[in-house]
Design a protein. Sequence first.
Length: 55
Amino acid sequence: MVSQYGRSNPSELRLSEARHLRSIVGVVTFTLASDRCFRNKTTGKLQHREPFSLP
């Protein structure tokens, strides 16, 4: 029954996948935005950091 449910309802899987992807994109966007804001506040200290480098 579980496999039948999985086959007959692929939209459920796609929905969870999309939600997971959206959360990942949200976290990355938030990290980049906060990192950029932090870099703008302390420009002199973080000049040698490469762009888009995650901590």
